[in-house]
Design a protein around this ligand. Structure first.
Ligand SMILES: [Fe+2]
Length: 601
């Protein structure tokens, strides 16, 4: 039985599940080369079918990550509840340099593209409804299939899709499940659930406009970053701030002893206009928003905004800890699975694991809406049709390419290359010599982080590695940290706690006596976004880090995604060669092939 899962609007993606196993899963951006692409995921669907070696005719079920009418009913309730302020949703407007779309434009774009900056707005809601009717035809069109099909379309509750994307791929027989995002298909922003075997049961839901994802997105926008895209930057910025506004920010979120929370809406305006905007009261209290400009050496971000980022992060963590503690008390289970865009907040996740009674923690890499394509497919496969839960890996689910294709990409680009007998040993030596290496191997990882198959690597001991990586390749804001990939069996020598973190969604403290040893991956507050690498998860990457450890004594590498700034992670060998040539990456390990950058390459 084949189930094709689909998500769109934010980080469109497609997943294919065969008799319970994940055959393929990837984000559309990797194929379209448009970062966070929210359009219909035709490229991802084609790739999934290719990897399975089937056509659309063989797909039995399509699982869409969104329901049809519940969002309309919820949006209508929000409209009535906050009327007449909600009349704002009908107007296009430009505010603080940010363009927001009204009724007609959101109907056209559905909130998914065109640079509009809004959510849960009338026109977008109706566009979502329309798509639930047209999805079958859109799939046929995307793959150019004109013959008969037999698939049945299932519309899945969005937070159930998030919950399924985490719990069903986790190794847990039973677990508490926490999903948090901006808003789901029935207005849910937060779902607290319990799961046993092949069944997930809701315990309680919190609905928009009360939404931690909305709060974080709105203040991300206030800080001059892109809402729903740059929340990770704000998380990285927060430790540069002080606690100056933490007490005032406590009033933004009121925690409910019964496991929920409410936003104090006097600080916000999203409930009346569906846009990521703070209220007049917020502006009077905290001052004007930062213009949406890139933070650079010549355009630094002021201490004031860093303090706001700190207070925001602290407020989110307080709420996340509260929800997790309630879930633990209610379920009595020692294991927690998380998903939804807010679950990408690895700093909050680390605190939940450390400071609540939960002993085990699980997230899959695509915690945000990309993962809800996979979750929708699993909800149909496991939840509705009783197929077994997947067991064969959920990280490296993208396409892979043979040596022929890699060699052709190099030859076509006219790049001189060598074939290495032991690419891991050769690359480790180059990294120990201080080179930045593009590392392209095996199947592409899913989710926003590179996890060792499409990575740019450097020596974590080098205090200048971060600056060089930023200046030569990534062109990222200097305040953002770089992550380490560490041998799982030796992570305890460097990091507090010994919980596995295979998908980089748990931040932990670097042990104080080791911080000077690995300055490139230690953030300003002494933390790191660790990826623990086990031989089982990724044997070649594990071997590479082992070789590096033999040469240097340090069992980790600095790892960032293989792409230039604002580009999706590379997918194909051609993408990798193009990125290598365009940037100042020193060397490329493309499968077994080694390329050293020389003048003119
Ligand atoms: Fe979501």
């Amino acid at each position: 039985m084949y189930v094709l899962g689909i998500s769109r609007v934010h980080d469109s993606a497609a997943a294919l599940v065969r008799d319970g196993e994940i055959v393929a899963f990837a984000e559309e951006e990797r194929f379209s080369r448009v970062k966070h692409d929210g359009r219909f995921p035709g490229g991802a669907i084609n790739s999934c079918l290719d990897q399975a070696g089937i056509t659309l005719a063989e797909v039995d079920h399509v699982a869409f990550y969104w329901q049809r009418w519940p969002e309309v009913a919820h949006a209508a309730r929000v409209f009535a509840r906050y009327f007449p302020g909600t009349l704002e949703v009908f107007r296009n407007r430009r505010e603080g340099g940010v363009r927001s779309a009204g009724w007609r434009e959101t109907w056209r774009h559905g909130g998914g593209s065109g640079g509009v900056d809004d959510f849960h707005v009338g026109g977008a809601v109706l566009a979502h409804v329309k798509r639930t009717y047209t999805i079958g035809q859109e799939i046929r069109d995307a793959v150019g299939h004109t013959g008969p099909t037999r698939f049945k379309v299932h519309l899945i509750d969005h937070h159930r899709a998030h919950a399924a994307s985490a719990f069903y791929v986790s190794p847990f027989d039973s677990a508490a499940v926490l999903t948090m995002d901006g808003v789901g298909s029935d207005g849910t922003s937060t779902c607290l659930a319990v799961a046993h075997g092949d069944k997930i049961s809701d315990l309680r839901r919190v609905k928009y406009p009360h939404s931690l994802g909305a709060m974080y997105a709105i203040i991300t926008g206030y800080l001059g970053f892109h809402p729903t895209v740059d929340e990770g930057k704000v998380m990285g910025l927060a430790p540069f701030g002080s606690g100056a506004y933490v007490d005032q920010f406590a009033d933004l979120v009121h925690l409910d002893p019964d496991g929920g929370f409410e936003l104090n809406l006097s600080w916000f305006r999203h409930h009346v206009n569906g846009r990521h905007l703070v209220s007049r009261k917020f502006l009077d209290t905290f001052g004007p928003p930062r213009p949406r400009t890139k933070v650079t050496r010549d355009n630094p971000i002021s201490q004031h905004y860093m303090d706001i980022a700190y207070a925001l992060q602290a407020t989110l963590e307080r709420a996340g800890l509260h929800l997790a503690r309630w879930l633990h008390g209610r379920t009595g289970l020692p294991r927690l699975a998380v998903a939804g865009g807010v679950a990408l907040n690895s700093v909050m996740n680390g605190r939940i694991l450390r400071e609540t009674p939960f002993e085990e923690f699980f997230a899959q890499p695509a915690a945000a809406d990309d993962g809800s394509a996979l979750g929708a497919a699993l909800e149909v496969s496991v939840g509705r049709y009783g197929r077994p839960r997947p067991t064969e890996g959920f990280i490296y689910t993208g396409p892979e390419f043979g040596e022929d294709r890699m060699e052709r990409a190099l030859a076509d680009a006219g790049v001189p290359y060598q074939r290495m007998d032991d690419i891991a040993a050769h690359t480790a030596a180059a990294l120990a010599d201080g080179l930045i290496v593009g590392w392209f191997q095996g199947r592409m990882e899913c989710g926003p982080r590179a996890l060792g198959n499409r990575s740019l690597l450097a020596d974590p001991r080098d205090p200048e590695a971060k600056t060089r990586m930023n200046e030569k390749v990534k062109h990222r804001e200097a305040f953002r940290p770089f992550a380490p990939s560490c041998l799982a069996e030796r992570a305890g020598e460097y990091f507090e706690g010994d919980h596995p973190s295979p998908v980089m969604l748990l931040v932990s403290d670097v042990l104080e006596h080791q911080r000077d040893r690995v300055p490139a991956i230690t953030h300003v507050d002494g933390t790191a976004r660790v990826q623990t690498v086990s031989r089982d998860d990724n044997p070649l990457y594990h071997r590479l880090i082992e070789r590096f450890a033999e040469l240097t004594g340090v069992p980790m590498l600095m790892n960032t995604s293989f792409n230039d700034n604002d580009e999706p992670i590379v997918c194909t060998p051609e993408d990798a060669v193009a990125c290598f040539r365009k940037t100042d990456v020193d060397a490329l390990a493309l499968g077994p092939f080694w390329v050293r950058k020389e003048a003119g390459v």
